[in-house]
Design a protein around this ligand. Structure first.
Ligand code: SAM
Length: 256
């Protein structure tokens, strides 16, 4: 297994993750999930949001009436999730666990994994282990909905520097990334300045690594884990283009 993500990632960043706008993607995807479930004639009741981060999507789903478990490897991200859930008065079961090696007490009807969390698994063995855990925690007929960055996304779209400033000037985030074309691993160095109560800025620095996998390899790993692909497309569910930076996949644990 590669170095766990806890080694310097999603630690201090957890404290600004939401305010810096990083939950927008999963909140928008969570809104679309009921329609996506409908499209496949499913009415899930129990959902596991894998690599749930600060729990925003999990909480949104719980508000919709789903029975939700949120799993993440980062204690700091989960602390943010717990706090948000408590202040929203929403019940979600939070579990600190590794996507590569987790079990649930009760099987669920759907597993979601949003905002390229699976790209953090840096070997095919790790990704395959995560798919196997997902398979085992899904009831037969259950759905697995996830998105990942493609090679075009990581090698081309990410190959630049970017920055975010919050409107109140309380947070500045900048990052720069480099893609290793041999390993398909992208290394992103993120620096943030966060204004404290005394007006001074505290600096955060984290290194994030994501790996791109060819779709054929992902398909094979899903198949080996016993999951059948129902749909792969871009975020609008249209066929993937060569330059699509991200794909959305719906897979199923077949009945029987
Ligand atoms: C880009 S964030 C996405 C968080 C959330 N899904 C969202 O959309 O905001 C990636 C998340 O994956 C989690 N993560 C990375 N590796 C993991 C692993 N091996 N097991 C569980 N969670 C992991 C990180 O802690 C982080 O919260």
């Amino acid at each position: 297994m590669g170095a766990p993500t806890g080694a310097g990632t999603y630690e201090e960043l957890a404290t600004i993750y939401r305010r810096a706008g990083f939950t927008r993607f999963s909140r928008a995807l969570a809104v679309r999930l009921p329609e996506l479930f409908d499209r496949f004639g499913r009415r899930p009741r129990r959902i596991c949001d894998l690599a749930c981060g600060t729990g925003d999507a999990a909480i949104q789903l719980a508000r919709e009436g789903y029975d939700v478990t949120g799993i993440d490897i980062s204690a700091r991200m989960l602390a943010e999730a717990r706090a948000l859930g408590a202040s929203a008065g929403v019940r979600v079961e939070w579990l600190q666990a590794d996507a590569r090696d987790f079990v649930l007490q009760r099987q669920v009807d759907a597993v979601t994994c949003m905002f390229d969390a699976l790209n953090y698994l840096l070997t095919a063995e790790e990704l395959g282990s995560a798919f196997k855990c997902v398979h085992d925690c899904l009831r037969p007929g259950g759905l697995f909905v996830f998105d990942m960055n493609t090679r075009a996304g990581l090698a081309e779209e990410w190959g630049t520097s970017e920055r975010i400033e919050t409107p109140d000037d309380d947070i500045f985030v900048a990052w720069q990334s480099t893609h290793d074309h041999e390993t398909d691993v992208n290394t992103l160095v993120l620096t943030a300045f966060v204004r404290q109560g005394d007006g001074l800025y505290r600096q955060i620095r984290e290194v994030h690594r994501e790996r791109a996998y060819p779709l054929a390899e992902i398909t094979q790993l899903l198949d080996q884990a016993g999951l059948d692909i129902l749909l792969v497309g871009d975020l609008q569910l249209q066929p993937l283009a060569r330059d699509s930076g991200r794909f959305l996949c719906v897979a199923e644990r077949p009945e029987g």
